[in-house]
Design a protein around this ligand. Structure first.
Ligand code: FAD
Length: 384
């Protein structure tokens, strides 16, 4: 009997893990990824440089046999280190001991590890091949390469792991309305860097913590990287009265603001001015869909189905959990794609809706956590 065939759009975090799981379960997997192969050209993910990996995501990586490899390249975070404007920093542990921790991982490093694993399991990747459209009646897709050349390709069963701006979702929505609603948060983010320390200590601040500088309506956070640096993310209203990204258009204005509101953080960021001016402001939205699939022809997974704001650190974790549920359902269903897709939505959508709401709540709680830090420390664990 021929292998069941599945075409994935997007070889990011979720697409690459799903490819590995499906190939391991005996499916013929083809993946079309619009970017070039990051293992050859270097990773250019366009957003958060590192991410918090929690139990949900880790459990999926264990199932794929990849958890140990990933954790070797991760930095453990045992709690939230809160830096108030005045007074001492304090560590609020996630659990009573180090059995309850989260992990900081590099997005690029993790993506490349997952691509290697998926290829080793037999998945075939086509890089530099972006989806531009899909004809779900004819069961074919249109792809474009880096030179702008377009071609048709047969694809009887499609899974879209092409992220929050999913092109497959747009094609599915044209074929059959999915009940899509996108709610912008109104706040954006910008990434900065604390470089490694020069002395005997590799890290300039405590490495085994998720750092947070809560300031009421806005905040900065920092996650450690294995080589000793920290990626700092500043979250602020996009528009409106000071402080907002609109009122801080350049490093000169932002430097004054940081001196006043983040006086202990600013000296740790020597390239503040260059990075502030060079790095874009990223947008944040929540995506709600009534329908994640078009019968047995196409399904959305990960951010393509349920993009959320990042304040619970659960977007990737939730997408990883999707991959395990879907791979198991498809392995059981054989070729009854429609039933497997419907079951997938039935199982996963309540979870995705709940985490979307919790992520929005957690933003308010994190940026306010200076007022009641103890209450909040456990929340990043998310999975419990
Ligand atoms: P993506 O990572 O967006 O990958 C989509 C892939 O599809 C990409 O490789 C893209 O190139 C490709 N693609 C796109 N369009 C096409 C096309 N037309 N054709 C072919 N390929 C295409 N989550 C956590 O769990 N923990 C965190 O700490 C965390 N922090 C975050 C911080 C920030 C600032 C942000 C913005 C997000 C954060 N997230 C976090 C969420 C996490 O980044 C996402 O949930 C995760 O990346 C989703 O993975 P994905 O594979 O579904 O989508």
């Amino acid at each position: 009997m021929t292998q069941p065939k599945i075409t994935l759009i997007g070889g990011g975090l979720v697409g690459a893990l799903l490819a590995q799981l499906m190939a391991t379960r005996g499916f013929a997997v083809e993946v079309f990824e619009k970017r070039p192969d990051p293992r050859r050209t270097g990773f250019n993910g366009g957003r958060s440089i590192n991410l918090a990996l929690a139990e949900r995501g880790l459990q999926a990586l264990r199932t794929a046999g990849l958890a140990d490899d990933v954790l070797q390249r991760a930095v453990m975070m045992r709690g939230r280190m809160v830096h108030p404007l005045e007074g001492m920093q304090s560590l609020l542990r996630y659990g009573v001991d180090d059995s309850e921790v989260i992990w900081s991982v590099s997005r690029g490093g993790l993506n490349m590890l997952l691509l290697d694993a998926a290829e080793a399991a037999g998945a075939r990747f086509h890089f530099g091949q972006g989806l531009v459209g899909a004809d779900l009646n004819a069961r074919s897709i249109r792809l474009i390469d880096a030179g702008g050349v377009q071609r048709q390709h047969d694809a009887s069963v499609l899974v879209g792991a092409d992220g929050a701006g999913s092109t497959l979702r747009a094609a599915m929505n044209n074929y059959q309305p999915l009940g899509q609603r996108i709610e912008p948060l109104g706040h954006g983010y910008k990434e900065l860097e604390i470089p490694p320390a020069s002395g005997a200590e590799r890290f300039a601040i405590e490495p085994n913590a998720l750092h947070i500088w809560p300031r009421g309506g806005y905040m900065c956070i920092a996650l450690p990287n294995t080589e000793g640096s920290f990626t700092v993310t500043m979250f602020l209203p996009a528009h409106g009265p000071h402080p907002s990204f609109e009122s801080l258009p350049d490093a000169a204005a932002a430097g004054d603001f940081f001196r006043q509101d983040f006086p202990n953080l600013l000296p740790l960021i020597p390239r503040f001015a260059e990075d502030y001016d060079a790095h874009p402001v990223g947008g944040l939205s929540t995506l709600y869909l009534d329908q994640w699939h078009v019968d047995g022809r196409a399904l959305l997974i990960g951010d393509a189905a349920h993009a959320i704001v990042p304040f619970h650190g659960q977007g990737m974790n939730c997408g990883f959990e999707d991959t395990i549920v879907l791979a198991d359902l498809l392995a059981e269903a054989g070729r009854d794609w429609a039933d497997a897709f419907a079951q997938f939505q039935r199982i996963r959508k309540p979870n995705a809706d709940a985490i979307a709401a919790m992520a929005l709540e957690n933003y308010v709680e994190m940026r306010d956590s200076v007022s009641d830090p103890r209450f909040l420390a456990k929340r990043e664990l998310g999975a419990r």
